[in-house]
Design a protein around this ligand. Structure first.
Ligand SMILES: Nc1ncnc2c1ncn2[C@@H]1O[C@H](COP(=O)(O)OP(=O)(O)OP(=O)(O)O)[C@@H](O)[C@H]1O
Length: 217
């Protein structure tokens, strides 16, 4: 299982000002780490760097000591990103979105069928499996993206604001599933602006004014 370490990272876009500076954090197997902060604080930016999708300006992001060279490399090391915007293919059904991702990461068709059914069921979406993404509500789409991420059984699971559109019961279901991912041995990072959700995590990294702090004693 993977330990993801960000060491002295400066992050930003193009020639623009730094979004985050001097970030150091380790996501350990078996733990759920919350990343909190107000809108625009840099939560997505940090998760994208952890996913290998955004290069650091300085500093490093490593998985088990191996520096990430890009998103494909991170995928090959078992880093799963569940993005804030869902990233689902609108022309596919919920089940197809999950199955395609399992097959694209090396699963057999039989694996894909089994894991798709399991993960959609875990998110209460068995009845929506054959509906197109466009036919699903915002919250159902968010849960489909989660089902797809969980079906990949990552060593590192990066979940970006994955409860923002959910009611209380589904939010709790998702928190329980992220906890189960950690219990399986994954390092889980959960970006959220919901203090209650953050309180349910093992540790909390808070982003503000371009820097990170650890608000809990
Ligand atoms: N592709 C981009 N190009 C330029 N600037 C960007 C880009 N993406 C984000 N930013 C800027 O980086 C800063 C941090 O944005 P980010 O999306 O990481 O915040 P966040 O904490 O995830 O916010 P939210 O809770 O609203 O999702 C913002 O000032 C934003 O405008």
């Amino acid at each position: 299982m993977g330990t993801l370490t960000v060491e002295g990272a400066d992050l930003g876009y193009g020639d623009g000002p730094a979004v985050l500076s001097g970030i150091t954090v380790t996501a350990r197997p078996g733990e759920v780490l919350a990343v909190t902060g107000t809108s625009g604080a840099g939560k997505t930016t940090l998760l994208n760097a952890m996913a290998g999708a955004l290069a650091t300006r300085s500093g490093t992001v490593t998985v088990d000591g191996v520096p990430l060279t890009g998103r494909d490399h991170a995928v090959s090391l078992g880093v799963v990103l569940i993005p804030q915007d869902n990233g689902l293919a609108a022309i596919l059904t919920a089940a197809e979105n999950v199955s395609v991702a399992v097959i694209a990461t090396g699963g057999s068709p039989a694996d894909a069928r089994r894991r798709t059914a399991e993960s959609l069921d875990a998110l209460g979406l068995s009845g929506q499996a054959n509906q197109l993404i466009d036919e699903l509500s915002g919250g159902q789409q968010q849960r489909t993206a989660l089902a797809r991420g969980l079906a990949l059984r990552g060593d590192v699971v990066l979940a970006d604001e994955v409860t923002s559109e959910l009611d209380a019961a589904n939010r709790q279901r998702v928190l329980d599933l992220l906890r189960a991912e950690a219990a399986r041995g994954a390092a889980v990072v959960f970006a959220t602006h919901d203090p209650e959700a953050a309180a349910a995590c093992d540790r909390e990294l808070h982003l503000a004014d371009g820097a990170a702090t650890w608000p809990r004693p």
